[in-house]
Design a protein around this ligand. Sequence first.
Ligand code: FES
Length: 92
Amino acid sequence: MPDKENDIIVCRCEEITLGEIRGWIDRGCDTVGEIKRVLRAGMGPCQGRGCQDIIMREISRRLNIPLDQVEAGTVRPPVKPIKIGLLADGGE
Ligand code: FES
């Protein structure tokens, strides 16, 4: 069962599995920001809304540290695609 568990997709936007995240936690990544930098987990269109909490819980569980002591990722404002013509017209 553990192998199947590692195949679970945690970050749906970037298709990052639980096994990949566990691997980097075992290599010393202990913050969401570090996981984000090495795997791009949390950098998809939802900006981590779908995966950040799961990654934080996995760091907490794997390193046996309280969840409230796990450093969360940087929150960025939502980015939405816009038509290039809008920029060409001066953005109004
Ligand atoms: S689910 Fe991870 S960035 Fe969207």
